[in-house]
Design a protein around this ligand. Structure first.
Ligand SMILES: Cc1ncc(COP(=O)(O)O)c(C=O)c1O
Length: 481
């Protein structure tokens, strides 16, 4: 299989054809320099640590600017090339309106909580949501009504969210402001969003889908269907995770026919965002959308899927290696490969891959490791990975140092004693981990990855939590009156 080099394959003329207005405006600004008496004060890298400049390159610093200047447009309100770029992204993803996010999908989730929920309202949300969604609810004062997805016990991960569970919860609760689900899971398990969206429409409750890990789906039929096509009202995408943009850059889409107040979302985004957005990050969102739409970008994604399939076929032939895949009763995204090897914890496998083979994976749990098949990976990367895993599976590696009683994927149904927000703002005290058993948590404990909550403010701390808290000596709890 021939490797694709993105930069080489995406010819300038092709990029121009698909058009990337922020990229063009930035190029124009760099070709027509002005005397700069504005932020950022390093002034094109002239006043910056030399080694840093050498490391990242003068050009990057030259282009490091914010909105308002050099005809680059503004983010809030969206004007000029930034507005144009958001409109092009909206067309590409099939939304009514798209907002560019800095501070990642976290910013999108905060805005959803802030704009679309209210104090006292209930929000039906999956327990394995990202902590940013909960921060959104802490801002508004809405209360989560937890949905626990199915459990895939032998992999120690959450499975899919059941539409019937959502319907039952909607029937059992009034004053539900929002149904908010995560799809896919970090490990690539896909829920039936179509059925969930049907239920939401029946009860006239908006559906928000945190599709942080699924931003490529709209660009290849072999990937699952994006929630924007399945009836969600709002969708959040971490373009920087798998879409090819730079770290921290994401998008929030308001769907066509959405029943949410898009203006409220826009206002919340304005308040939550930096007032000095990085043009480099914005340009990278513009560029990644242009690539995904371009012919070579589509070819690149097709090859990525082919490479993922190649990797999976190779892994299928390693006797003591197992991979999570569609066909085990779940739909999965082929590009997210979660594997385990008999006799090795995921953490041990991760360290063998890193130390003995120079391979870094996306994440590891006590059970397995998560491999992302990315647009930028070459076929030879996958071959090397498969060869290495074959060698590891044949070698008698021991697991000794990783047999500690530590768990990574929080899968505990919470015991809620106080409201999320009340507990977060309550008087607090710090107690030792041992003394915290039986007390009410006053902090969010949700380590990344995967950013899924172990404990939230207002929840009872029990012995069950201990295997997840190895890195904590003390915890913040609500002060006894
Ligand atoms: C499901 C989900 N939503 C949101 C986020 C936050 O994304 P970002 O890192 O882009 O802020 C993450 C991060 O891992 C996530 O896994």
């Amino acid at each position: 299989m021939k490797d694709i080099k993105l930069i080489d394959n995406t010819s300038e003329s092709e990029l121009l054809k698909v058009s990337a207005p922020i990229v063009e405006a930035l190029r124009n600004a760099s070709e027509n320099p002005t005397y700069q008496f504005h932020i950022p004060g390093h002034t094109k890298g002239r006043a910056i640590y030399k080694d840093f400049k050498k490391l990242i390159g003068e050009k990057v610093l030259n282009l490091d600017t914010t909105d308002e200047f050099d005809n680059l447009g503004t983010l809030h309100p969206a004007t000029g090339p930034i507005k144009e770029a958001q409109e092009l992204a909206s067309q590409a993803f099939g939304s009514e309106k798209t907002f560019f996010l800095l501070n990642g999908s976290t910013a999108g989730n905060l805005a959803v909580g802030m704009a679309l929920t209210k104090a006292g309202q209930k929000v039906i949300i999956n327990r394995n949501c990202h902590r940013s969604a909960l921060t959104g609810l802490m801002i508004s004062g809405a209360e989560p009504i937890w949905i626990c997805p199915s459990r895939i016990e032998d992999w120690s991960i959450w499975g899919s969210i059941n539409a019937e569970d959502i319907e039952k919860t909607l029937q059992a609760n009034d004053n539900v402001g929002l149904v908010w689900i995560t799809n896919p899971t970090y490990e690539g398990v896909v829920s039936d969003v179509k059925s969930i969206s049907k239920v939401c429409k029946k009860y006239n409750v908006p559906l928000v889908v945190d599709e942080a890990h699924g931003c490529l789906w709209n660009f290849n039929r072999k990937l699952p269907e994006t929630a924007l096509k399945l009836g969600a009202d709002v969708v959040v995408h971490s373009l920087h995770k798998t879409g090819g943009s730079m770290s921290q850059s994401s998008m929030l889409h308001i769907a066509k026919d959405s029943i949410v107040d898009a203006d409220a979302v826009e206002k919340a985004l304005k308040l939550l965002h930096t007032t000095s957005p990085s043009l480099l990050l914005l340009a990278s969102l513009d560029a990644s959308r242009a690539v995904l739409q371009s012919k070579s970008g589509q070819a690149l994604l097709a090859r990525t899927i082919k490479n993922a399939k190649y990797l999976r076929e190779r892994l299928d032939n390693i006797p003591n290696l197992h991979q999570l895949k569609t066909g085990f009763g779940y739909m999965t995204d082929v590009t997210k490969v979660f594997i385990k090897i008999d006799g090795l914890s995921g953490k041990r496998l991760e360290s063998i891959l890193e130390i003995d083979f120079g391979i870094e994976v996306e994440s590891a749990s006590d059970i397995g490791v998560l491999i992302l098949c990315n647009l930028g990976n070459k076929h030879s990367d996958f071959k090397y990975l498969a060869d290495s895993l074959e060698k590891i599976a044949k070698t008698n590696y021991t697991d000794i140092c990783y047999l500690e009683n530590r768990k990574h994927m929080p899968m505990i149904a919470p015991k809620i004693i106080m409201s999320l927000r009340d507990a977060y703002y309550a008087d607090k005290e710090i107690v030792s981990k041992e003394q915290s058993i039986g007390r009410i948590s006053a902090e969010v404990i949700a380590e990344c990855p995967p950013g899924i909550s172990i404990l939230l403010p207002g929840e009872l701390i029990t012995e069950e939590h201990l295997p997840y808290l190895n890195d904590y000596n003390s915890l913040e709890v609500v002060k006894n009156k």
